[in-house]
Design a protein around this ligand. Structure first.
Ligand code: ADP
Ligand code: MG
Length: 292
C-alpha cells in the first residue's frame, strides 16, 4: 500500500468516527478472520440493572439488600452501581463498612454492622467453601434469560441470589450481521457466567463464546483464537481489556472506554456504535483493493 492511499483511507475512516492510530492497522484489518468482542460495555451498554433478588429461607430481603449495597458502594464494578441504585430506589440507607476488599473476577467483601458480607460470582462462593446448589434452578433460569446471577453470603451463610442484566446496545445486532456478511467469525470474551454468556450469544448469533475468563485471562483467550482461526481483531473498552487489545493482531478500543484501553489499541471507535467495526473493515478492504 502506498503512503498516500493509507492517508486517504485513514482520512475517510476519521470522518466516520474511526481513528486509526497506526496506518498499518488499515492493512491488517483487511486480513482479519475473527472479530472477538468483550461483552460488558462493548456488546452491552455497560450499565446493568438489578432485576431479581431471591433470598434464602428466614432471610430478610430488605436487610440483605441494604448490607450488600453498603459493600458495593466501595466497588467500581458496573454490577456494584446496579446494586447501589436498587437499594437507593427502595429507600434503604447504606451502613458504614470496614475492611473492604475487592477480589478481581470474583467479588467483594467487607464488614457491615458487625456482619461479614461477601458478594460475587458462584466461583467466589465456592472459594469461600459455600454450596450454591440450593439456588441452582433459579440461577439457570436467570442465566437463560441473559441475566448474570450473583450471590450474597452473610456471616458465612448463603443468603441470596441476585441477578443483574445489562441491555444489549442498539447497534450490536446490525454490527454482527454486517460482520457475518463480510465473512468473519464473531467471538465473545467475558468474565461473566458461561450460561449467561451463551444465552446472550445465542440471541445475537455469535459463533463462539469464551466465558468465565479471569481478569488476566483475556490475553490467553485471544492467543487461542489466533492459534485456531488466523488474524484476530479484539474490541474492548475496559482496564482488563488492555493486554488483550495489545495481543490481538488489531486492537480496537471504544473511545468512551478507559484511557488504558485506548492507549493499547491501534484503532479507536469515537462512539460506542459497533457498526463502525464492519464499516472500518469494509473501508480497509476497499482501500487496499484500490492500490493493488
Ligand atoms: P466482567 O466485567 O466480564 O463481569 P470481571 O472479571 O470484572 O468480568 O468480573 C467477573 C465476575 O466477578 C462478575 O461477572 C461477577 O460475577 C463477579 N464480580 C466482580 N466484581 C463484583 C462486584 N463488585 N460485585 C459482585 N460481583 C462481582
Ligand atoms: Mg467491558
Amino acid at each position: 500500500a502506498t503512503p498516500t492511499s493509507i492517508m486517504v483511507g485513514t482520512g475517510k475512516a476519521a470522518k466516520m468516527g474511526v481513528l486509526f492510530r497506526k496506518g498499518e492497522a488499515l492493512q491488517s484489518l483487511r486480513d482479519a478472520k475473527v472479530i472477538a468482542l468483550d461483552k460488558t460495555g462493548t456488546l452491552t451498554r455497560g450499565r446493568p440493572e438489578l432485576t431479581d433478588l431471591v433470598v434464602a429461607n428466614d432471610v430478610d430481603e430488605a436487610d440483605t439488600l441494604r448490607l450488600v449495597a453498603s459493600v458495593e458502594r466501595q466497588s467500581e464494578h458496573p454490577i456494584a452501581e446496579a446494586i447501589v441504585n436498587a437499594a437507593k430506589t427502595r429507600g434503604l440507607e447504606p451502613a458504614t463498612i470496614q475492611d473492604f476488599e475487592a477480589i478481581p473476577g470474583f467479588g467483594v467483601a467487607a464488614r457491615v454492622d458487625g456482619h461479614r458480607v461477601d458478594v460475587g460470582a458462584d466461583r467466589y462462593m465456592r472459594k469461600l467453601g459455600l454450596d450454591v446448589e440450593v439456588f441452582a434452578k433459579t440461577a439457570n433460569r436467570l442465566a437463560d434469560e441473559g441475566k448474570s446471577p450473583l450471590y450474597a453470603a452473610i456471616d458465612g451463610r448463603l443468603a441470596a441470589i441476585i441477578a443483574v442484566a445489562d441491555p444489549i446496545k442498539e447497534s450490536t445486532p446490525a454490527a454482527i450481521r454486517a460482520l457475518h456478511a463480510e465473512g468473519l467469525q464473531v467471538a465473545m470474551i467475558t468474565g461473566d457466567n458461561r450460561r449467561t454468556a451463551e444465552a446472550i450469544a445465542r440471541r445475537l448469533g455469535i459463533d463462539k463464546v469464551v466465558a468465565e475468563v479471569l481478569p488476566d485471562g483475556k490475553v490467553d483467550a485471544v492467543k487461542s483464537l489466533q492459534a485456531e482461526g488466523g488474524l484476530v481483531a479484539f474490541v474492548g473498552d475496559g482496564i482488563n481489556d488492555a493486554p488483550a487489545l495489545a495481543q490481538a493482531d488489531v486492537g480496537i478500543a471504544i473511545g468512551t472506554g478507559t484511557d488504558i484501553a485506548i492507549e493499547s489499541a491501534e484503532v479507536v471507535l469515537m462512539s460506542g456504535d459497533l457498526r463502525n467495526v464492519p464499516n472500518a473493515i469494509a473501508l480497509s478492504r476497499a482501500t487496499i483493493r484500490n492500490i493493488k
